[in-house]
Ligand binder design. Structure first.
Ligand code: IMP
Length: 171
């Protein structure tokens, strides 16, 4: 497999993103990170370790591509959050924004829970595939329209454990 982003590149960018995020919030206010399972778990784990102590976190799960590399366009809530968002500074932590359908759905349902602020951080963005215009406040890397795996991202549940991000063979 062709490696697109090495572990070192990913870690360096995450440290920068952590700094950008922390600079955007008052120093004495908590930031509540909502990780999107399963793809966002590794990004979440590294991002929180790159941030200071004023962070809490929770996870939400939505349906993904199943065994296809093409989006079905259907988004379904599979696991909800453990706690409410009212009055909190919330950031959605997602692996990749592709068509934007998943994030649009998540932003809509989380905004309805009255957070004080709601932002989104994505490690990867494929802007050429966008179907809906979704706002992503923090983007790690902008990539071309290629199917990538590793660092949390899967193909049919495989490859999530790779440290690097690679282009899947045959793409
Ligand atoms: P969207 O709703 O089309 O923006 O898709 C977002 C979701 O699709 C992500 O959370 C991923 O789970 C999945 N996805 C999109 N592109 C890729 C890819 O290149 N590799 C692995 N998963 C992807």
């Amino acid at each position: 497999m062709e490696i697109l982003l090495t572990s070192d590149m990913i870690q360096q960018r995450i440290r920068e993103m952590a700094g950008e995020i922390e600079a955007d919030y008052p120093a004495d206010e908590n930031i509540h990170l909502v990780g999107v399972l399963k793809g966002g778990f590794m990004f979440m784990a590294d991002l929180v370790r790159a941030m200071g102590s004023r962070v809490t976190l929770d996870f939400i799960a939505v349906s993904s591509y199943a065994k296809s590399t093409k989006s079905s366009g259907e988004v379904r809530l599979v696991k909800d959050l453990d706690s409410g968002l009212e009055g909190r500074h919330v950031i959605i932590i997602e692996d990749i924004v592709d068509t934007g359908l998943t994030l649009t759905y998540l932003q809509d349902i989380l905004r309805a829970r009255a957070p004080r602020t709601l932002r989104t951080a994505c490690l990867l963005s494929k802007p050429s595939r966008r179907k809906v215009d979704v706002v992503v406040d923090y983007i790690g890397f902008t990539i071309e329209d290629r199917f990538v795996v590793g660092y949390g991202l899967d193909y049919a549940e495989q490859y999530r454990n790779l440290r690097d991000i690679a282009v899947l063979d045959g793409e």
